[in-house]
Design a protein around this ligand. Structure first.
Ligand code: SF4
Length: 337
């Protein structure tokens, strides 16, 4: 199934991804104006410590006059975020306890995750790092992180994450790639990024050249939650990444109001297959403070997985997982037989 773009939203032209990022929508009034929505019909927040941010090209994929649009729901700050919920906390996945040096998380034996930047092109309201103290991680200082990896020969894979690592400049990415490729035991560079989906302009020939010109095996884990996020520009970006010999996987979060209906998940995984992006994880919501209204119960999730298994070939069925702080791997969630 292809995307359903809103014909009445004219996307402003931006000459570069950097400009598109600078001009991203940051005001609720502007967003609602583009979508022709009445502010009084929504319980939205104008101001929040985790502010609204969304690129125009993503807004253009939303349906005009549709307050329950699945893309809008992912980025619209609602008053529900201010209601406390039992079990929903600032750091639900134990990032702080896994931090070995500022911005380097070592949770699993053979891989580390680097918080390479605190910036994202859009702010997902359900983000498990929405309270992460990015300012304290010295994201730009990479020498201490390289020294840690060098000193731990079991580490074979390094994950650049954030924030979104593709918001780093090409120069900064190149520094990371060069530094990591000097460490003999590091074989794989993994990028956790939402940019090919939300700001496909970022996939430039220069970036592709940097990602191709390395001895490291490059894996990109995308983050798409709904078929409506795919459009021609996203298709082109994914095609270019495939041609650059980058393995493409996708992780989604199961979100009430976004993709909790069987058809949503079926369409998403079919369109991933059409783009030759292999489904990787379907995450149960990480219980981060402010996101309780997105929660889908485990019983509902298992029922959805049953329908996916029934209607999709096995290779398009993601693994349903939950992250438990301190657990040595993401915990698969299975149906009881
Ligand atoms: S792009 Fe990823 S890191 Fe950034 S807000 Fe969304 S979920 Fe969080």
């Amino acid at each position: 199934m292809s995307a359903t773009p809103s014909p009445s939203i004219a996307v402003p032209h931006f000459s570069s991804w950097q400009q598109a990022l600078r001009e991203a929508v940051r005001s609720l009034d502007e967003l609602l104006h583009w979508l022709q929505l009445d502010p009084h019909s929504l319980t939205a927040l104008s101001h929040t410590p985790f502010p609204l941010r969304v690129p125009h090209s993503y807004v253009a994929r939303m349906q005009v006059g549709h307050p329950d649009d699945p893309l809008l729901r992912q980025i619209l700050p609602l008053r529900a975020e201010q209601q406390g919920a039992i079990g929903f906390i600032a750091d639900p996945v134990g990032d702080q306890q896994a931090q070995k040096t500022p911005g380097l998380l070592h949770k699993y034996p053979n891989r580390v995750l680097i918080v390479a930047t605190g910036s994202c092109a859009l702010h997902c309201r359900y983000c498990f790092r929405r309270h992460y103290p990015y300012a304290n991680t010295q994201a730009q200082d990479y020498t201490d992180k390289l020294a840690y990896i060098q000193a731990h020969p079991k580490i074979t894979e390094v994950i650049l994450s954030g924030g979104d690592p593709l918001l780093l400049s090409d120069e900064r990415l190149q520094i990371w790639l060069r530094g990591l490729s000097t460490i003999p035991h590091v074989h794989t560079l993994r990028l956790h990024t939402r940019l090919p989906i939300v700001l496909p302009q970022r996939i430039t020939p220069e970036l592709l050249s940097i990602l191709s010109d390395t001895r490291l095996s490059v894996v990109m884990v995308l983050h798409a939650n709904h078929a409506q996020e795919f459009n021609v520009e996203v298709s082109e970006a994914l095609k270019a990444l495939r041609k650059a010999d980058i393995l493409l996987l996708n992780q989604s979060v199961l979100l009430r109001g976004v993709n909790h209906r069987p058809d949503d998940l079926l369409h998403l995984h079919k369109i991933l297959g059409e783009h030759r992006v292999m489904p990787y994880y379907l995450h149960l919501l990480d219980k981060v403070a402010g996101a309780a209204h997105f929660e889908v119960s485990e019983a509902e999730a298992l029922s959805l997985m049953h329908q996916l298994r029934t209607q999709l070939p096995g290779y398009l069925v993601p693994q349903l997982v939950r992250e438990i702080a301190g657990h040595p791997y993401k915990q698969p969630v299975f149906e009881k037989t």
